[in-house]
Design a protein around this ligand. Structure first.
Ligand SMILES: C[S@@+](CC[C@H](N)C(=O)[O-])C[C@H]1O[C@@H](n2cnc3c(N)ncnc32)[C@H](O)[C@@H]1O
Length: 529
């Protein structure tokens, strides 16, 4: 890995792919933008290309003529991108686009993959075998750069086996120059030419045939799109679904980072079907957005907040010979263990289970058995509730983060649902289940977003519990002592947080065979230190 084409190259400060995007400060982005705008009347695009030209020609005088042909400009006097990693350059380009027009940037969904996430994705290619790789929306080349860096012979890889595509001409030219500049062998102008000749500025979704490829690595645009009727995923109405569908049709395998919502949201069922129709197996890594998040959201200027840090991301890896599916729970980790998280998250992979409506359930290792018994249960909450109001009710807070519970008393809060039951017996049966770990496990597996959707709440299985009356008394007693109040935007929000010992007692009665529940609640699934 990280083979050097020559000793000269190893000394260049430009090839600093090892520095983590996470340490990149917003002040650095401002510095680059300031330097980019200094003393030049040309367009932002021209200034950007000239900055890329400075960086690559300073680093690679042996290739400068060919690299300048790719970029179509002369180098700037200064070298603002000097020493930055490819991920950091991506952040600066994103910031430049944001400055040029926030609305346009949002609509084209240009959010760039941080170095460590790109490195993680590239490392998943180890079982793919030889073949030509396509990056169909390469931006300034973050993913392709790390993929090249992962090869035993990056110089050979970029000459023969890498095809770059982007609709944005400036980004595409930058990607070709930055990747060739970092990986071409000394004096190998042919490598620059080959990479450049294969690259295409185009709409990846247009009908035009795609260049030949075996595999793809991609971070597609995430943007609501009009249904494109030529796609079987038209009903998903999102560009990333169309990208994946096309690659599922044309490639032998791919590695994609997308919003995790595709795993469970009903509107993405056509995409899930499409993936399962083409691939026999794969691995899906799901990343939460708290406490840390996969994408680093940078705030560019005062009116322009990047939305990337709100995205729960999924990395989907479909290797050509995979024959069964594995998925992680929604991975939570603290920033301090981010490197460990990437190194160890594959140990959280577990065989994929489906929800009743075809969702891909995000479970922890060891939870398959309990999942199977829960999905076999015929009675759901929807079967027990009535329209109401009745005198038998339960209040459930609908913005869970670390737990879900149900209260017999009325909760003073805005985000809640009141469930009504025809009889006290049905209410008590529901109360026991809703105060166990079942609803939280069910919600994390089938949603895990910001709110508890009615669809997910109502589908919770409600098995009958032996000795339920004893547990109901314990719950009622605990409720008196364990009301918690959070202040949110000046408003009190009540909830009930039962002690874990009581939740465990209910779990022992309801789901005695359950494993991995500690992982379920953890906000850091990796050891600190
Ligand atoms: C989310 S960025 C990803 C960039 C880079 N691959 C990364 O991981 O950081 C998405 C890229 O898709 C490009 N793009 C958007 N729509 C496209 C389309 N229809 N065809 C090709 N590229 C497109 C944008 O120009 C942008 O560079």
């Amino acid at each position: 890995m990280y083979a050097m084409a020559s000793t000269e190259l190893s000394d260049t400060p430009h090839r600093a792919g090892r520095r983590r995007g996470i340490t990149f400060a917003a002040t650095e982005v401002s510095r680059v933008l300031r330097e980019l705008s200094e003393g030049s009347k040309s367009t932002p695009e021209q200034r950007w290309l000239r900055a890329v030209a400075s960086r690559v020609t300073n680093a690679r005088p042996d290739l400068s003529e060919e690299l300048l042909k790719v970029l179509g400009v002369q180098p700037a006097d200064s070298d603002p991108l000097r020493g930055l990693t490819i991920g950091e350059i991506g952040v600066c380009y994103e910031a430049l686009l944001a400055e040029m027009g926030p609305a346009e940037r949002r609509s084209s969904g240009q959010f760039f993959t941080p170095d460590d996430a790109a490195e993680f994705m590239a490392s998943r290619s180890r079982d793919f075998g030889d073949g030509v790789w396509l990056d169909p929306c390469c931006g300034v080349g973050n993913l392709a750069w790390h993929l090249a860096n992962f090869q035993s012979d990056p110089a050979d890889f970029i000459s023969r086996s890498l095809v770059l595509i982007d609709i944005d001409d400036v980004a595409l030219r930058s990607a070709i120059a930055l990747i060739a500049g970092d990986f071409a062998a000394p004096g190998d102008v042919g490598a620059v030419q080959l990479l450049s000749e294969r690259a295409q500025r185009r709409d990846f979704l247009s009908a035009k045939p795609l260049p030949e490829h075996d595999f793809a690595i991609l971070n597609p645009p995430y943007a609501r799109a009009e249904p494109k009727m030529k796609f079987r995923t038209a009903a998903c109405r999102d560009l990333f679904a169309y990208f994946i569908e096309r690659l599922a049709d044309t490639s032998r395998g791919y590695i994609a980072v997308t919003p995790a919502s595709y795993l469970c949201a009903p509107k993405f069922q056509p995409l899930r079907s499409e993936i399962e129709r083409h691939e026999k197996g794969g691995e899906i890594y799901v990343f939460d957005n708290v406490p840390d998040t996969l994408f680093r959201g940078y705030k560019f200027g005062s009116s322009n907040t990047s939305k990337t840090n709100f995205v729960r991301a999924a990395v989907t890896v479909c290797a050509p010979n995979a024959d069964s599916w594995f998925i992680t729970p929604i991975i939570r980790w603290k920033t301090a263990v981010r490197t460990t998280m990437f190194d160890q998250c594959s140990r959280l992979l577990a065989p994929l289970r489906h929800g009743r409506d075809g969702e891909w359930a995000k479970l922890s290792p060891g939870q398959a058995k309990i999942w199977d018994s829960l999905t076999d249960e015929r009675v759901t909450l929807a079967d027990l509730v009535v329209k109401g109001p009745t005198t038998h009710s339960l209040d459930v807070a609908t913005t869970p983060r670390y737990f879900i519970s149900a209260a017999f008393r009325e909760l003073d809060r805005t985000t809640k649902v009141t469930l009504y039951f025809a009889t006290a017996a049905y209410r008590d049966r529901a109360a026991v289940v809703l105060n166990s770990s079942v609803p939280y496990l069910w919600w994390r597996a089938l949603d895990g977003g910001v709110t508890l959707p009615k669809r997910v709440l109502m589908s919770i299985p409600v098995p009958e519990v032996p000795n339920g009356a004893r547990l109901v008394s314990a719950l009622r007693r605990s409720e008196e002592e364990n009301i918690v109040v959070k202040l949110n935007a000046g408003k009190h929000n009540e909830n009930v947080k039962h002690p874990q010992s009581l939740v465990d007692l209910i779990n022992d009665a309801l789901i005695p065979e359950a494993e991995g529940l500690d992982v379920l609640y953890s906000n850091n699934m990796f050891p600190l230190g």
